[in-house]
Design a binder for this molecule. Structure first.
Ligand code: HEM
Length: 332
């Protein structure tokens, strides 16, 4: 819910109050629509559009999709009115809360509406919904896995904490992280990358071939669907020593550059890679650093070793029975 709140503010400029148990129609229906996609993936006969159209899940999906679209349309129209009234909107950016940082920066919706003449209303709406979907569960999963791995690797957690202490020893020690602070979190960045190596939130994605293509000894005909599986690639002994071990040093600059760039592809690669890489890394650094500055994490009895963490694949990587850690607040 925290990542939903963050992406809601960044992309739409909307506060959902999702973390405080608020029931927002956009949040609820996005979850319903995502559950419907997952259902379709796990029931392959529903990959046939005709069969899926007959199912009750499809009806729920369509209802939710309509509510999502209507809500996004409302936000777009409201924002367009605001921008028209406020021709000088470079200087004054309205959001629905008093958060100063939102007043100084543009939300994704404002950037897209700045190009309103180049994109149709539907294109802008679809882009916004895609960003809301792409920017939420992925980072939520990565943040949870990173905290879990820190709980199970106290040496790594201590190093993260030491790095944070050194960064925040200057100026107001209790400040929220600035962009410059986040740039200095080099060890934490390696921890996040190592987490994404072992737990890629999108463990499989597909590409369809417009033209036939030879890959090694295989000739793949035009129209084939190729599945790319970062989960297998990232755990290959061909590219990583002791691949099951959680080792942030896999991302020390020299070690990282000694491997082929496509041996680490949690965000995909090439033209259609993730558009949220930079935002996602900043968001994960902000969340994890804030949590580690204030708390120490330990293994929970409910999940005593990393091997007890059961994962499954739906549209994204998911926990089968949750992800538990013990949290002790730091005293000073
Ligand atoms: C840990 C965080 C993230 C991971 C692992 C991740 C992973 C990916 C991957 C693998 C793809 C390609 C999917 C495919 O080709 O089928 C993708 C696409 C995309 N991601 Fe992310 N993502 C993350 C965070 C974000 C964030 C924070 C945003 C938004 C702010 C975002 C927005 C998108 C969008 C819009 C696309 C579609 C791009 C296109 O089709 O051209 N992602 N992401």
């Amino acid at each position: 819910m925290a990542t939903m709140e963050m992406i809601g503010k960044t992309a739409l400029g909307v506060k959902f109050n999702a973390q405080n148990g608020g029931r927002h129609r956009f949040v609820e229906n996005l979850q319903t629509a995502m559950t419907a996609w997952e259902y379709r993936i796990t029931h392959p006969w529903y990959l046939s559009k005709t069969l899926f159209r007959l199912s009750s899940v499809n009806q729920k999906h369509d209802q939710s999709q309509k509510i999502i679209n209507d809500f996004t349309d409302e936000i777009i129209n409201k924002k367009l009115d605001e921008m028209n009234q406020n021709a000088d909107n470079e200087k004054k950016v309205e959001t629905d809360d008093d958060d100063d940082i939102c007043r100084k920066t543009k939300t994704v919706i404002e950037i897209l509406l700045g190009n309103y003449h180049e994109m149709s209303h539907e294109q802008i709406r679809d882009e916004l919904v895609t960003i809301m979907i792409g920017g939420q569960e992925t980072t939520a999963m990565a943040n949870a896995c990173a905290i879990f791995m820190l709980a199970h690797h106290p040496d790594v957690q201590n190093k993260v904490f030491e790095e944070l202490q050194s960064i925040f020893s200057n100026g107001d020690q209790n400040r929220s992280p600035t962009y410059e602070d986040l740039q200095q979190m080099e060890y934490l960045e390696r921890v996040i990358k190592e987490t994404l190596r072992l737990f890629p939130p999108l463990p499989v994605y597909g590409r369809s071939l417009d033209e036939e293509m030879k890959i090694g000894e295989y000739l793949c005909p035009a129209g084939s669907t190729l599945m790319v599986c970062p989960l297998f690639l990232h755990s290959s002994e061909q590219y990583y020593n002791d691949p099951e071990k959680f080792n942030p040093d896999n991302f020390l600059p020299d070690t990282y550059h000694s491997r082929h760039p496509y041996t680490f592809i949690p965000f995909s690669a090439g033209y259609r890679n993730c558009i949220g890489i930079k935002y996602g890394m900043l968001q994960m650094k902000t969340v994890i650093s804030t949590l580690v500055r204030k708390n120490t994490f330990f293994p929970s009895d409910r999940c005593p070793t990393p091997k007890d963490l059961r994962l499954m694949f739906l549209a994204t990587l998911k926990f089968v029975d949750g992800c538990y850690v013990k949290i002790i607040p730091r005293t000073s």
